[in-house]
Design a protein around this ligand. Sequence first.
Ligand code: ADP
Length: 423
Amino acid sequence: MADMGGAEQRTMAQAVATRLWNSRWLLAAGIVAVLTVYGFANMSFYVVLLACAVLLLAAAMLPAGVARQSAEDAAAIEAGGLQQLSGEYLAAAVADPLIIFDRTATIVHANAAAFAAFGGIAPGMSLSLKFRAPEMQALLDSILSGAAASDVVEYTEKLPVERAYRVSASSVGHGTDLYVLVFKDQSEARRIDRMRADFIANASHELRTPLASISGFIETLRGPARNDPAAREQFLQIMHNQTGRMARLIDDLLSLSRLEMKPYLKPGTEVDLRQTLDSVIDSLGPLARENGVAIERDFAKGPLNVPGDRDELFQVFENLLENACKYGQSGGRVVVTIAHSDDGPEPGIDVTIRDFGPGIPEEHIPRITERFYRVDVENSRTQKGTGLGLSIVKHILTRHNARLSITSEVGNGAAFTVHLLAH
Ligand code: ADP
């Protein structure tokens, strides 16, 4: 009790301090006026003191009325606003599926989102018949029996497509005999969780394979091959290749995670595509020569600039050109084209990297930019691929608001076109 008294006193003191602070200018003006009169009219000091005290008291009292007034105004606005608000409007304004039902579990009202999600529901229908899953029955039982004022369950709707919901049920107000169900769609979050789990499983598998090979060769070098210099040389070379493979995979994984960490591009930087592609072609010269591939340029005239991040676009073209030199090696040549594209809704520049190798069967094209997806796993490994190159390309292009299109004719090569916006 004593504590309560102390708290009240503190609250009152705070309220008075606030009011004094709010009317500080008025107060200051009053005190200046009193002091001026004191200076000129030769008034008694006690009269001045009294005048100041009256001023302080007035300032502490005055805003109380104002504050009370504004609280009353707020209550009136709230009451007026809520009077116009029907339950139906409120339900319609909720984006998630929402169903209001009575104590016999009969639907009283469902919002548009609920109709869209579950179809075939209508006022008067039994909820227990519509949602027969045991978890939904348990939720309805617990809320209607009064065992809980609100409750939550996880519920999966199987048809027409599988969707996972977190469903919350609660009673509405006091003594209304009405209850509400709200369905929060968790499907997207679940899909992302699954993708992450798959990604970690794939990455671990990719790392474990070379690691297992290295540890196998260490055992062989310690045992049977201990005194065999020729075998030792050969095994050390294989181990060296496997560590290179692990390093490339880790580099690509880090590139992907760096891209995910900075989802937005720095605005305002321009990339000279002519200069960037010249450097990419130069840097891949040794690989092209080693594979017997001639790189041809077909660049449009004039400035070829786009907004973007130079290092990232460099990586895009490097990955595409490297793939063309590796997988399209048998075609013997690769053509790099930069052309203005004015046919789309917005003017842009298209960069196409075309090879004349075996091409990509049509059924693989939609999945080829997925992480770790390869048309031929063995071929990718012998070509020192990680299966992440094209997913890095896709990630960077999304950040640039750009698109990748892939066309291929089996036996006649593949063309990867990057559509970049000019502004
Ligand atoms: P990788 O590291 O395996 O090269 P990418 O993501 O760069 O991974 O490519 C995925 C797969 O797409 C490759 O393994 C290969 O099967 C296929 N691919 C990519 N570019 C070409 C191309 N120009 N011609 C034929 N197949 C290609």
